[in-house]
Ligand binder design. Structure first.
Ligand SMILES: *Cc1c(COP(=O)(O)O)cnc(C)c1O
Length: 388
């Protein structure tokens, strides 16, 4: 870490390992950990390594570029990616041993051609659309794609390692309808002569809500980072530990008289004399600007204190009135983290912003340095006891 970094996302490796193990214990099958978008803001390589250490079978990204970047960062385990532009170079994927999620016949042909050119074998997982209406092949195209996949497999050019689909999370009934279509796809693929090693439908939500949708693998993102995919359930209730602690520090303290206006537009005016602390994080770092005036708080010296005035691109202000005598420059400020450790949960921000925790963590900006923190693995039984 560069010295003097004022904006740090500490990433707890024991927390990620705990969360991946928790999913493994819950499902009993293979676990694919999704590290797209920079590991949901946590750092893709940091997360990938921790996930493999905890027994993940595959680490997945959306784009091939992200998967190639993981190879460049020295990640050697199995990688899968599934969202491809028309110019994605599957030759690079074959060279780097990256599994390709295939949604169209055209992608399958490109993958087969890349393998043929290199005299090697590509690995594919067939992505089928069972109702999300997004990425993945449509049922009408399954017979042709599956037949061609079987040919390419017979020629030794493509190994079909898996079949997968993604849920719309539109309720239990809709999930079951998607599972029925997924079963049909698996059956059709078997009739075409391919019995795929991995069959996966559930992401985090169905992993925790619907054991009947586990098949023999699940693909989890947000829960690997210790966050809940449900609005009405906390991390602790799911047995998960939030991995990110977003920290900054106080870089200025100033006593002000009653009536002092704070930050752009003076939309906060101090009612009484108080002390203001300046913190060098802003909307460029992923703090939603619209948190202004919403009642959001951070912890300073272990105490909750309100964010006041408009959040700037680089900095915001907290009213530290009652704590003033105890504070010095450089004291840590925690923006969010594990509520079991007394930090504000990220869900305060996502709730105030009417969005989901995913969006907040994925928006943490590039100036924030991701610092992996290792330590002894936590004992889940002891954790549960501590919570009780
Ligand atoms: C992002 C993504 C996931 C992970 O979703 P979570 O809800 O974070 O577990 C799984 N599968 C696909 C296809 C995705 O795009």
């Amino acid at each position: 870490m560069r010295s003097g970094s004022m904006r740090v996302a500490e990433i707890s490796l024991p927390a990620i390992r705990h969360n991946v193990r928790r999913v493994r214990e819950l499902t009993g099958g293979a676990v694919i950990v999704v590290v797209k978008a920079g590991g949901y803001g946590h750092g893709a390589a940091i997360t990938a390594n921790a996930a493999f250490a905890a027994g993940a079978t595959i680490v997945a990204t959306a784009d091939l570029e992200e998967a190639l970047a993981l190879r460049d960062a020295g990640v050697t385990g199995p990688l899968l990616c599934w969202l491809h532009g028309v110019r994605a170079d599957f030759g690079e994927a074959v060279d780097a041993g990256i599994e390709i999620g295939v949604s169209t016949l055209e992608q399958l042909e490109r993958l087969g051609a890349a393998a043929a050119e290199r005299g090697s074998q590509a690995v594919a997982q067939l992505k089928v659309d069972t109702g999300l209406s997004r990425n993945g092949s449509c049922p009408d195209d399954w017979p042709v794609i599956f037949a061609r996949a079987a040919e390419l497999e017979a020629e030794g050019l493509v190994r079909v390692r898996g079949i997968f689909s993604h849920l719309a999370n539109a309720g239990d009934e809709a999930d079951r309808a998607q599972a029925t279509r997924f079963d049909e796809a698996i059956e059709l693929l078997r009739q075409a002569g391919i019995d795929p090693e991995l069959r996966h439908l559930a992401a985090s939500a169905a992993t925790f809500s619907s054991p009947h949708l586990h098949y023999n693998a699940v693909r989890v993102g947000v829960t690997a980072y210790g966050l809940s995919p449900f609005a009405d359930k906390t991390s602790a209730q799911l047995g998960l530990i939030p991995a990110m602690t977003l920290r900054s520090e106080i870089i200025a303290l100033r006593g002000v008289p009653a009536g002092t206006g704070v930050s752009y537009g003076f939309n906060h005016v101090c009612e009484a004399a108080t002390t203001l602390a300046l913190v060098p994080m802003g909307y460029a770092d992923g703090m939603p600007r619209a948190l202004n005036g919403s009642g959001a708080w951070v912890t300073v010296a272990g105490e909750p204190r309100p964010i006041v005035g408009r959040i700037g691109m680089d900095q915001f202000i907290i009213d530290v009135g009652p704590l003033a005598g105890r504070l010095s420059l450089g004291d840590p400020v925690v923006l969010f983290g594990d509520p079991e450790q007394g930090y504000p949960p990220v869900e305060i921000w996502s709730g105030l912003m009417r969005t989901i925790n995913y969006e907040i963590i994925a928006s943490i900006g590039p100036r924030v340095i991701r610092v992996p923190i290792d330590g002894p693995d936590r004992n889940p039984a002891a954790d549960a006891e501590a919570r009780a």
